[in-house]
Design a protein around this ligand. Structure first.
Ligand code: IPE
Ligand code: IPE
Ligand code: MG
Length: 246
């Protein structure tokens, strides 16, 4: 990614993203490049998820979404899928570590297909961290943007509504979180892969070739620096009274 030499202090809103979302891609390639198993890459990946969380706590970012497992990731070898679920379950076991840092854990995704052991850990982590207020950590597990929209529509039908506004539709997503200001994807691919389709309407997108397990604090500084220099217009052109007429 392009590095910019200084931080702009003169712009508001928002200099920092309130909600940072991350597509943590490249674990498998990182491992295979080293002659290791893909699961070893995912284990390293979790360490970097922790790095991002602590970095965001330090910077005061209030909401962090991490893409852990997509609705399409079932198309991988069963051993990799099960290994990922085991790693996620073990990670969620440390509810004390979350609470010590004031982190509220929420999980977005279709839990119905996940192993019962993992679902139990998810429910426990959500329950035991629900009063924490420093940061919300949104873990996207068996998450797909299309599945989330289908879930919303089905819930709207179940409640017998005949029409909803854009705003109401947003309230039927898995959790009520602000839209991500910044979505970062590592690993070199420039696509969303079904991540936060509804919420990404006006997110800033930053792509990096770095494989996820190689991510460090300097890279994170770089992503925020790029974000800070973006012009977020939201479709608006301010009328200065000079440039609109010929
Ligand atoms: C992203 O890394 C993590 C998950 C999808 C769970 P990948 O496993 O997709 O790594 P690459 O893209 O194959 O290198
Ligand atoms: C996106 O990465 C999903 C996660 C990071 C969990 P993928 O590696 O699954 O995406 P594609 O298949 O390259 O689009
Ligand atoms: Mg990948």
């Amino acid at each position: 990614v392009m590095r910019l030499p200084f931080f702009r202090k003169d712009r508001f809103p928002p200099v920092l993203p309130a909600h940072l979302a991350v597509i943590m891609d490249g674990n498998g390639r990182w491992a295979v490049n080293r002659g290791l198993s893909r699961l070893k890459g995912h284990r390293e990946g979790i360490k970097k998820a922790e790095l991002v969380i602590d970095y965001c706590l330090k910077r005061g970012i209030k909401v962090v979404s991490l893409f852990v497992f997509s609705t399409e990731n079932w198309k991988r070898a069963e051993r990799e899928v099960n290994g990922l679920f085991k790693l996620a379950a073990r990670y969620l076991d440390n509810t004390k570590d979350f609470s010590r840092r004031g982190i509220k854990v929420v999980v977005s995704g279709d839990l119905s297909r996940l192993p019962q052991e993992l679902v139990g850990k998810i429910e426990r982590a959500e329950r035991e961290t629900s009063f924490n207020r420093v940061m919300t950590l949104n873990l996207c597990i068996n998450y797909g943007g299309r599945a989330e929209l289908a879930h919303a529509v089905n819930e709207i039908i179940r409640q017998g509504k005949s029409a909803v506004s854009e705003k109401e539709l947003g309230e039927f997503m898995y959790h009520r979180l602000p839209d991500p200001d910044l979505i970062v994807r590592t690993g070199g691919q420039m696509r969303l892969s079904n991540f936060l389709l509804f919420q990404a309407a006006y997110s800033e997108l930053v792509f990096s070739d770095t494989l996820w397990p190689d991510i460090n604090e300097k890279d994170l500084d770089g992503f925020l620096n790029i974000y800070e220099h973006r012009n977020r217009n939201f479709g608006e052109v301010r009328d200065t009274g000079k440039t609109i007429d010929a």
